[in-house]
Design a protein around this ligand. Sequence first.
Ligand code: ADP
Length: 218
Amino acid sequence: MRIVLVGPPGAGKGTQAAYLAKNLSIPHISTGDLFRANISQGTDLGKQAKAYMDAGDLVPDEVTIGMAEDRLDQADAVEGFLLDGFPRNVNQARALDGYLERNAIRLDGVLDLEVPESEVVRRIAGRRTCRNNSAHTFHVESRKPKTDGVCDECGGELYQRSDDSEQTVRNRIEVYHRETEPIIEFYKQQGLVVTISALGPVHEVTQRAMDALRRDQA
Ligand code: ADP
């Protein structure tokens, strides 16, 4: 299956993507994770991306599209993939369409995670992320780790992402409305969009997503 996941920051894309990718046996490709890996390795690409990410702005398309296509070219993505955080604007969506066409493949669906804005701010401002695995996330009020600062899943160190401060979050939400939401309309015209609510316990949302994708394929 070839799936694109969209939703505002804080919708739980990373968390859901990890479970869905596992259930569907396809790689989880997150451009945010790719950028963060480049930053921690100190690559040129990471250096280019960092300032944009810290401000909550999009990294320029010239950098992002090439990085995403390189990842899609890798062997594990040939049979399918779950894209998380790409495309993030209409220009990237067009670039992805071009890539798919060149490779004679198609998307099976675009899963749109819906969350009210008040919930988005609450989730992100209290979010703590594991340094080893960005899908391991906790919340200072609603999902406390057993030991402060330590990931329950793998023992990694928990930290607050530098772009999770309240001011940056507000900008990320604005950028989402302005740049990313229009791709939902773009994909609706291709009949690909499946919308689900991202409220409720994590496993319930995963179940909802799996059911919606199955119905869509039927
Ligand atoms: P979230 O979905 O919670 O905002 P991500 O980890 O997906 O977090 O993305 C973090 C940041 O990485 C974004 O705010 C942006 O700066 C950058 N980024 C990720 N994907 C893209 C993309 N497709 N295009 C441009 N910038 C991106």
